[in-house]
Design a protein around this ligand. Sequence first.
Ligand SMILES: [Zn+2]
Length: 348
Amino acid sequence: MSPANRWLARGVAGFWLVNFLCLALLAIFWLVSLAGDPVSASQIAPPTPLPPSPTALIVLASPLDEPPTPLQPATATLIPTFTPTVPPTPTATPPPTATLEPSPTPAYTPTITPVPFASGPIVIGHSVAGRPIEVYRFGTGSTRRLIVAGIHGGSEANTIALANELIVYINDHPEVIPRHISLYILPSLNPDGAARGRGPIGRANENGVDLNRNWPHGWKQTWNRDGCWNILPITAGDYPASEPEVLALMTFIQYYNIEALISYHSAALGIFAGGYDYGPSVRLAEAVAEVSTYPWPPIDTGCEITGDLTDWAAAHRIAAIDIELSDHTHTDFNQNLDILRVFLNWQR
Ligand SMILES: [Zn+2]
């Protein structure tokens, strides 16, 4: 072998020796790695995310059809704010006693509007010809009393004048009404007769009916005219309470639970007690007679009374009287003011 070939042979052998040593080191390193702790998955570095593809960039860059999802508000605002509950202040509750009744608590407390002292006119109905039948109220007491005037119009129109004078007076002197009283005044029950004129022609209503003979107590279609008003033809109506004026007042008296009344007429015969011997009516007539010059007992002309307002009222336990003024002209105001005071303060 030539020297050159020997150096070549040594080079090749050295190359292979180095290779062998490297392989041997690799094998040893591998064996040592197997013998040590295994590499956990968490120690494996995650793959490097791919950069977004050009398509994804285009989608993100395109205009959004949907509005962006609103950002979540700050965490602090999501935490509900708690208002600390203040424990109720302990109140000393008296021990229940057997005699105490629990007072009912109203579920609804209405707003109380004060009732005015006076009101009216209240229209309680209409006459045959359609005229309103009006009532005025004074006072707010629970005891309700009534003055009726003009049940006979015409010659008795001075009773309407008296009622209107009393209305004016009470408006100016509300103290005349006791606290427990509500006084109602109906100035003209027969407005059609009153409109027809003063005198006998105005006595009946538009149907030719005497409104003080149409009440459903002792009603008669005909009666003995001796001693009675008989100047012009007049009837008692076709049946009791056939007339709208009577029906309106009858309904009013019952609805408002009137417990005493005066019906004014003229002229001259005095004070009549409804129901004849009905005690409350008689006692009211006696009380009124003490402050008036009107005859009591009344002058008896022998007239048969039928279908009378005060008799009907007495039959319904209402103290009721007729009062006839002195004539067909004057209102006898001062005397009837005294009667008013007695009437309002009278106790049945
Ligand atoms: Zn009369």
